[in-house]
Design a protein around this ligand. Structure first.
Ligand SMILES: Cc1cc2nc3c(=O)[nH]c(=O)nc-3n(C[C@H](O)[C@H](O)[C@H](O)COP(=O)(O)OP(=O)(O)OC[C@H]3O[C@@H](n4cnc5c(N)ncnc54)[C@H](O)[C@@H]3O)c2cc1C
Length: 304
């Protein structure tokens, strides 16, 4: 079994940043990643600081990966399937029948969007017909016909947010719990509300919604709000608490209630953004470095 300082679980923007910081603090760090970052789904981001012409998710992740590797981070591919606390306060982490011992662990396993139950979801995401992050990219959809799809309450709150981007908003509740009658955001008649119980469609370029009476409404882009998948099993396995799915409880230093276990990125924050993931990674890595035993730098050959 290999003994190291820190294991980072997850190689999206959060985990890659944390590992880069830790390695540059001269900590021995291994990053274990299952290779399914949400960022890999981003066709092109225009709200990522430092990329005025936009950057695709895969390119951004590749650049961050290169930066971490050049700092000296060791990478392992695979899914961590168990995480437990050792009697000495450290952790034992297992992935693909390999085991590591570490003083601390940073969880950066992200979250997974619940998508509409259609076969074409990934294809529609790739061309921007289906979007998953209004904070990230609603600006690019300004003045277009934007659809908002999901349970009534989610459609009401996210529809209100998106109304400031377009006066061609189309709300598509999946249940009968939606009531816009006393919401001033929808009071001017510019927002259409479609009947629940219809069918989402995609023609290879754009989505559309067919109401139960057969009326078809074409959409320039569609935001589904169906929530995130249930909590990552590792969070339960480690005994860290959650407020609700995708919201692991942490303090201001990104510490969970388990000593030595940190959590960062989409698995923690309500605001699922690359900039937030990267910021939390910097906070966690720096706090953890200062909490680990002090290691004075030995005289190096270069200085002698
Ligand atoms: C379509 C789309 C567009 C978006 N556009 C933008 C944008 O323009 N700007 C922006 O700021 N944000 C955008 N986002 C959000 C952004 O992608 C996320 O906020 C960001 O990826 C979160 O980073 P993370 O490292 O926390 O999680 P992730 O990037 O999801 O990475 C988590 C990693 O952990 C791995 N993992 C999970 N479980 C295990 C395990 N047991 N063992 C090992 N590895 C594991 C996963 O495989 C994955 O590689 C977008 C998201 C989507 C889906």
């Amino acid at each position: 079994m290999q003994h190291i300082d820190v294991i980072v679980v997850g190689g999206g923007p959060a985990g890659l940043t944390a590992a880069t910081y830790l390695q540059r603090f001269h900590r021995r760090c291994v990053l274990i990643d299952a290779g399914d970052s949400r960022a890999l789904r981003i066709p092109e981001s225009h709200n990522c600081p430092g990329f005025p012409d936009g950057v695709s998710g895969p390119e951004l992740v590749a650049r961050m990966h290169t930066q971490a590797r050049e700092a000296g981070v060791a990478f392992e591919s695979g899914s961590v399937d168990s995480l437990s606390r050792h009697d000495d306060g450290g952790f034992v982490v297992s992935a693909r029948s390999r085991q590591w011992r570490s003083r601390a662990v940073i969880l950066a396993t992200g979250t997974r969007d619940v998508l509409p139950e259609v076969t074409w979801a990934e294809e529609a995401i790739a061309c921007g017909a289906l979007r998953l992050c209004a904070v990230c990219d609603a600006f690019e959809a300004s003045d277009l016909r934007i659809g908002v799809y999901g349970p009534g309450r989610a459609v009401a709150s996210h529809g209100r947010f998106l109304r400031s981007y377009t006066n061609r908003l189309v709300l598509i509740p999946t249940d009968h719990a939606f009531d816009a009658s006393d919401d001033e955001a929808f009071a001017d008649g510019a927002t259409r509300v479609l009947a629940p119980g219809g069918e989402l469609r995609f023609d290879g370029r754009r989505c559309a919604y067919r109401e139960p009476d057969g009326t078809v409404t074409e959409l320039d882009t569609l935001y589904p709000y169906l929530g995130v998948e249930a909590e990552h099993p590792l969070v339960a396995c480690a005994g860290a608490g959650v407020e609700r799915p995708g919201e692991t409880v942490v303090d201001a230093h990104q510490r969970t209630r388990i000593p030595g276990l940190y959590a960062i990125g989409d698995m923690v924050s309500g605001l699922n953004q690359i900039s937030v993931a990267v910021g939390q990674a910097a906070i966690a890595a720096t706090h953890l470095h200062n909490a680990l035993p002090f290691v004075p730098r030995a005289a190096s050959a270069a200085i002698e």
